[in-house]
Design a protein. Structure first.
Length: 349
């Protein structure tokens, strides 16, 4: 789904102050890079045939021990030959810079294309995720691994509860009874999915560092391979099934077109889902039966979390009316629940 936040930007003074602290000796060109998290603005710096990506971390992910964990995880994965650009040192020798209360990082820029929503790219993404999770099982990053989860979260339930009032503030003419009914249905679906996932018994399997936000915007593609995995700000320690479920939801989704939310498809593309599952196996990852049983329900939790939190915050989703998005999220979650059995069959193939 589209980002739910206005994109933050570097000011020219801010960019200049940060660039003075890098190891980049000469700067020829600076351009904005409007990709990835909207809360973490980025610029691309060029000198000759070299380019670097400079980013400001979102405040929620800027605690020193949190930064330490994410950066150490990236370095460990790079050492394991994953296509992960490690953070580069500033003039101080440190790989993070604290300036005026903000935290900055910079990396070698990775050339690559966007996810094409084709089977070859879905398989490549699955293979990259399989390799990442296998390597991560041997990683022990130092620092703070705590980060919010979409599974079994009281925060998500609370967001679904307050979403109607946020919508009514933003849309006084929204259909009150319908919105309240849909929010209640989402809470029931979320609770049921969380319970079903928990009863599957996945929680004690494959608990280790995960990327935490493995979606198309954080991967860079060559022709038929992943050449870069970026943005580890949400990295944390969780069962690997959580990562797989969210990735299947993101990479298996049908393409959304236009601003007419009512016309958006709610299901998954079975070819993309199958290709990604095949990619996971190609990357050497085979989920245990308890994990596979939990994945469809974890996908429902991820779907609901992705939609209701922004709506509860502002009453809208980016520029889209919250009432329309709440309806879309409910229909999408219901579609996932209806296809849970077929998803499980695909996972077991």
């Amino acid at each position: 789904m589209p980002s739910s936040r206005p994109r933050e930007r570097f000011s020219s003074e801010e960019a200049l102050a940060v660039l003075r602290q890098t190891g980049i000796e000469r700067v020829e060109r600076v351009t904005e890079f409007p990709r990835g998290s909207s809360r973490s603005p980025k610029i691309v710096v060029a000198c000759g045939d070299r380019r670097w990506l400079v980013k400001r971390r979102a405040p929620v992910n800027s605690d020193p021990e949190r930064v330490r964990y994410c950066q150490h995880f990236q370095r460990l994965l790079a050492e394991a030959s994953l296509p992960v650009p490690p953070p580069l040192p500033f003039a101080s020798g440190q790989t993070s810079l604290l300036l005026h209360g903000q935290v900055y990082e910079y990396f070698d820029f990775v050339e690559g294309g966007r996810y094409a929503r084709e089977a070859s790219h879905a398989m490549a993404a699955g293979e990259a995720l399989g390799r990442l999770l296998r390597a991560a099982s041997r990683c022990r990053p130092r620092g703070d691994a705590v980060h919010g989860s979409f599974h079994g979260s009281g925060i998500i339930l609370g967001a679904a509860k307050v979403a109607p009032e946020a919508i009514f503030r933003a849309e006084p003419d929204a259909p009150r009874a319908q919105v309240e009914r849909q929010a209640m249905a989402l809470r029931r679906l979320y609770r049921d999915a969380a319970q079903r996932a928990m009863l599957a018994g996945f929680a004690g399997i494959g608990v280790h560092p995960i990327h935490g936000d493995f979606h198309p915007g954080n991967l860079l593609f060559g022709d038929e391979s992943v050449v870069g995995i970026v943005d580890f700000d949400a990295a944390r320690t969780e069962p690997r099934a959580v990562e797989v479920a969210n990735a299947l939801l993101q990479f298996g989704a049908l393409r959304l077109a236009g601003d007419e939310v009512a016309s958006w498809p709610v299901g998954l593309d079975p070819l993309l889902v199958s290709a990604m599952i095949a990619g996971l196996a190609k990357g050497g990852l085979r989920l245990e039966s308890r994990e596979r049983s939990a994945v469809p329900w974890l996908m429902i939790e991820a779907c609901i979390a992705e939609g209701v939190v922004p709506i509860a915050r502002t009453g809208a989703f980016a520029d889209l009316p919250g009432s329309q998005m709440l309806s879309y999220v409910l229909h999408r979650a219901e579609s996932l629940a209806a296809s849970a059995d077929s998803l499980l069959v695909a996972l077991c193939a």
